[in-house]
Design a protein around this ligand. Structure first.
Ligand SMILES: Cc1ncc(COP(=O)(O)O)c(C=O)c1O
Length: 431
């Protein structure tokens, strides 16, 4: 049987670590009841937005992230699309995005009729590489969409310098970075604007939902109009000014958002405390390393906690064997996303419909072939290095971090058994 759960021994961790997600209580129930009883289930029914759940959520989440304006929407993907449109991205424009992200970063660009241009990541912490951004800028570039991947803020100083030099906007994808700060300022409030997701797995969730944050009044006005079928505040209800859509957040989502927001600061502090301890202790295990945290990251509200695996320092054992062994021991570990975004069929097969828009748009006039795109660091980290654990694992006591370390130490002691298992299960253990 051996010592490893992979080979039939009892798992090192008997009960799941952390907490079950989402966390909720009477606050959520009371606020939802309030919406139900009010008979006003959409934000438009409240003349005074301070009385609407969505209005309150916008104001308070924007303040929490240090932004002046918040526009709550139906989900994170449309938040990004609206944010891009609000800074003036249109057909024929290019938007630079990282290859390491969820597909929505790139599809939001397509939804805004623009062309996503993929660039590589900084291998230290998997955020967009500012040098790669600078190199990818062309006369068509209208915006950069850096992603605070896993919640880790991008190097906003370097990105703002590049953006200012080339006069392009920065629309941050903050879908993972609720609570994170760069030099004391909340993500989403640093550059032109940011888009958040409140999908159920996120550290602030409304089930589905999103928000655009900005400090720029005109960007807020455009995003607000776009999300509300082209209306302008103070103008007649049936007067519509721009081609747009209805992506308003419901009062149900707003109510949940308000209750969840009240928990966010405390949860962020707990996660950060636990991960700081774990990162320090991880230093003692060769082969594993915490992800690089820039000292300018003054608060880290992470969604995935990424850490790195170096098989060459761990008996040559493959990363995917480590994942299987951890999961067998009761420790939830995965790779986060699994491949660079450009590897998705949408890009490899150029699935852009009958007309091929926006690539065939005469305003663009260039050719793009995503099959030629290759970002070596992004490829490498997904193939062999990246490991991550979900944020809810870090909402328990510090002793849970010791359980994580127990598992990794157990694997370290049993490298021979892991190698033997790997040999017997060659076809399963992908490289
Ligand atoms: C990096 C990133 N951007 C955008 C989104 C889109 O958010 P939503 O699922 O709320 O549309 C996600 C969702 O997980 C994401 O991970």
């Amino acid at each position: 049987m051996g010592n490893l759960a992979l080979t039939g021994a009892p798992p090192a961790i008997a009960a799941p670590l952390g907490v079950s997600w989402p966390v909720f209580g009477e606050e959520e129930q009371d606020l939802l009841q309030g919406v139900l009883q009010s008979g006003i289930w959409w934000r438009g029914g409240h003349a005074d937005q301070d009385e609407s759940q969505v209005g309150r959520f916008e104001r308070d989440f924007a303040a929490f992230q240090d932004a002046k304006y918040g526009i709550a929407v139906a989900n994170g993907t449309v938040a990004l699309e609206a944010a891009l449109r609000a800074v003036g991205v249109e057909a024929g424009d290019e938007v630079i995005v990282p290859a390491v992200t969820f597909v929505a970063t790139a599809t939001a660009v397509l939804q805004a009729n623009a062309i996503p241009i993929f660039v590589d990541c900084d291998p230290r912490n998997y955020t967009i590489d500012p040098h790669a951004v600078a190199t990818a800028i062309t006369s068509k570039t209208r915006a950069v969409m850096p992603v605070d991947y896993g919640g880790m803020p991008c190097d906003m100083d370097a990105l703002q310098a590049v953006a200012a030099k080339h006069d392009v906007a920065i629309v941050s994808d903050c879908a993972h970075s609720h609570g994170s700060q760069w030099q004391g300022v909340g993500t989403g409030a640093i550059a032109d604007c940011g888009g958040f997701s409140f999908q159920m797995g996120k550290t602030l969730t409304t089930g589905e939902g999103g928000m655009i944050l900005t400090n720029r009044e005109e960007v807020a006005a455009r995003a607000s109009s776009y999300h509300n079928i082209g209306r302008y505040p103070g103008r007649p209800f049936y007067e519509h000014h721009i081609p747009s859509t209805n992506i308003r957040m419901t009062e149900w989502q707003g109510a949940i958002g308000n209750a969840q927001l009240a928990r966010l600061a405390g949860q962020t502090a707990t996660r950060e405390r636990n991960v700081t301890y774990l990162s320090q202790e991880l230093d003692g295990i060769d082969g594993f390393a915490p992800i690089f945290r820039d000292p300018r990251v003054t608060r880290w509200g992470f969604y995935f906690w990424h850490f790195k695996y170096h098989g060459a320092r761990f008996g040559g054992i493959k990363r995917d064997t480590i994942i299987k062994a951890c999961n067998a021991e009761g420790l939830r570990v995965h790779t986060g996303h699994t491949h660079p975004v450009y590897r998705n069929p949408i890009f490899q097969e150029m699935n852009f419909g009958r007309t091929g828009h926006p690539f065939t748009c005469s305003l663009y006039g260039k050719e793009v072939d995503y099959r030629q795109v290759y970002c070596p660091e992004s490829e490498r980290i997904y193939a062999e290095e990246a490991l991550c654990m979900p944020h809810a694992t870090f909402l328990g006591p510090q002793s849970d971090m010791d359980r994580i370390l127990d598992v990794l130490h157990k694997l370290e002691r049993n490298q021979d058994a892991l190698r033997a298992w790997e040999c017997e299960n060659q076809t399963d253990a992908a490289s």
